[in-house]
Design a protein around this ligand. Structure first.
Ligand SMILES: NC(=O)c1ccc[n+]([C@@H]2O[C@H](COP(=O)([O-])OP(=O)(O)OC[C@H]3O[C@@H](n4cnc5c(N)ncnc54)[C@H](O)[C@@H]3O)[C@@H](O)[C@H]2O)c1
Ligand SMILES: O=P(O)(O)OC[C@H](O)CO
Length: 373
C-alpha cells in the first residue's frame, strides 16, 4: 500500500490515523485487528502504521522489510497475514508523526525510553491507549504505564486489557477485552469501535487503574501457577493459587487506588485474564520450566531459550511489586506476591509457593486493610 503522505490531500480530510507503537506477538495481532477495522470504517484512514524495533533476521534481511514485503511478522507472529494496510516503520518519529490515535504495546520495560524519544514529536490532541501489562517503580512510588505515557507526553491514555493470548486472537478465536477509561466515555467508545470485531468483543469500564492493575498483577500470579505446574501439584493447588492471587490483586489495587471498583475484577481484564494466563500464557510456561529445573536455570536463560525474543513481564513485575511492598511495609499482607519474587531470585525454592501462600496475611500490620479482603 502507498505510504500515507502520498495520498491526495482530499482523501486525508477528517480521517483518523492510527499508529501502533510495538510489533511483538500481541502488538502484531493488535495491528491486524485494527487494520481490519480501519478498512471498513470510513472515519479512519485505511493505513495503520506499526513501529517496529528493527532487527536483522538470520536471513540477513531487516524485519521491517520482510513485514512489508510478506505482510507477516515472521519473527513474532509467523504464519499470520496482518492486512495489506499495515505498514512497518523502523523510525519511531516517522511512525507516530501523523497519528491521531496511538496504541502502545511494547514490553513494559521499554516504554519509558520510547516516551522520552517521543516528547514533542506527537500531534497535539492525540489520544493514546496502552495494551501493556506492567508498571514502573519510581522514587515516589509505583507508576502505571498509562500514567507514564500520559505524564511524559501530556496526552490522555486509556488502557485495553483482557483474557487475550495473542496467538489465539490471531487465528480469530472468540475472546473479550476491557477498555479502561478515566472520564471521557466518547473516547472510550472510539477505542471500542477501533478494536471490536465479531471475534473480539470489547467493553468499556470507567476504572483505568483497576483494569490496568488487573492486567499487570495477573502476570505475577501466572508465575506462581507455573511453579505449581512444574512441581506437578495438580489442579486443586493451582486453583488455590489463583484464588489467593486474585485476592491479593484486589487488595493491592484497592490499597494503591481506593477508587478501584470491585466489579472490574469480574470483567475480562480480571478473573478471565487470570484464568487464561494461568492456563496458557508465556509467564506460566517459563515458570513451569524454572520449577522443573529446581530453580537452577535462571528466568533470563529460560526466556531467551523458550520465547525467541518475546519477553516475560511477570518476573520484573514481581520485583517491582516487591519494592513497593517493602517500601510501604506491606510484605506480610501479600505473601503470594512476595514469595513469587523470592523464588524468582533464588532466595526460596519453588516449593515455597504453597508453604508461604497458605498463610493468611496479618491484617493488623496495615491499618484498615482488612476491609479489602
Ligand atoms: N503476547 C500476548 O499474548 C499478550 C497478550 C496481551 C497483552 N500482552 C502484553 O503486551 C505487551 C507487549 O507484548 P508482546 O507480546 O507484543 O511483545 P513480545 O514479548 O512478543 O515481543 C517483544 C518485543 O519487544 C521488542 N523489543 C526488544 N528490545 C526492544 C527495545 N530495546 N526497545 C523496544 N522494543 C524492543 C521486540 O522487537 C518485540 O517486538 C506486554 O506488556 C505483554 O504483557 C501480550
Ligand atoms: O503470555 P503471557 O503470560 O504474557 O500472557 C498473555 C496475556 O497477557 C494473556 O491475556
Amino acid at each position: 500500500m502507498a505510504p500515507a503522505q502520498e495520498l491526495p490531500p482530499e482523501t486525508e480530510a477528517g480521517r483518523t490515523r492510527v499508529t501502533v507503537v510495538g510489533s511483538g506477538n500481541w502488538g502484531s495481532v493488535a495491528a491486524k485487528l485494527i487494520a481490519s477495522n480501519t478498512l471498513r470504517l470510513p472515519s479512519f484512514h485505511d493505513e495503520v502504521r506499526m513501529w517496529v524495533f528493527e532487527e536483522i533476521l538470520p536471513s540477513g534481511e531487516k524485519l521491517t522489510d520482510v513485514i512489508n514485503s510478506t505482510n507477516e511478522n515472521v519473527k513474532y507472529l509467523p504464519g499470520i497475514k496482518l492486512g495489506h494496510n499495515v505498514v512497518a516503520i523502523p523510525d519511531l518519529e516517522n511512525a507516530v508523526k501523523d497519528a491521531n490515535m496511538l496504541v502502545f504495546v511494547t514490553p513494559h520495560q521499554f516504554v519509558e525510553g520510547i516516551c522520552k524519544r517521543l516528547v514533542g514529536k506527537v500531534k497535539e490532541g492525540v489520544e493514546a491507549i496502552s495494551l501493556i501489562k506492567g508498571m514502573e517503580v519510581k522514587m515516589e512510588g509505583p507508576c502505571m504505564i498509562s500514567s507514564l505515557i500520559s505524564e511524559q507526553l501530556g496526552i490522555n491514555c486509556c488502557v485495553l486489557m483482557g483474557a487475550n493470548i495473542a496467538n489465539e486472537i490471531a487465528v480469530e478465536k472468540f475472546s473479550e477485552a476491557t477498555v479502561g477509561y478515566r472520564e471521557n466515555r466518547e473516547i472510550a467508545e472510539k477505542w471500542v469501535t477501533l478494536f471490536s470485531t465479531p471475534y473480539f468483543m470489547v467493553s468499556p469500564v470507567q476504572d483505568v487503574e483497576g483494569v490496568e492493575l488487573c492486567g499487570t498483577l495477573k502476570n505475577v500470579v501466572a508465575i506462581a501457577a507455573g511453579f505449581v505446574d512444574g512441581l506437578e501439584m495438580g489442579n486443586n493447588t493451582k486453583a488455590a493459587i489463583m484464588r489467593i492471587g486474585l485476592r491479593e490483586m484486589k487488595a493491592f489495587s484497592k490499597l494503591l487506588f481506593p477508587s478501584v471498583k470491585d466489579t472490574t475484577f469480574f470483567e475480562s481484564c480480571g478473573v478471565a485474564d487470570l484464568i487464561t494466563t494461568c492456563l496458557g500464557g508465556r509467564n506460566r510456561k517459563v515458570a513451569e520450566a524454572f520449577a522443573k529445573n529446581g530453580g537452577k536455570r535462571s528466568f533470563d536463560e529460560l526466556e531467551a531459550e523458550m520465547l525467541q525474543g518475546q519477553k516475560l513481564q511477570g518476573v520484573s513485575t514481581a520485583r517491582e511489586l516487591y519494592e513497593v511492598l517493602s517500601h510501604r511495609g506491606w510484605l506480610e499482607l501479600f505473601p503470594l506476591f512476595a514469595t513469587v519474587h523470592e523464588i524468582c531470585t533464588g532466595h526460596l525454592p519453588p516449593s515455597a509457593i504453597v508453604e508461604y501462600s497458605e498463610h493468611k496475611p496479618n491484617f493488623s500490620l496495615a491499618q484498615g486493610s482488612a476491609q479489602y479482603y
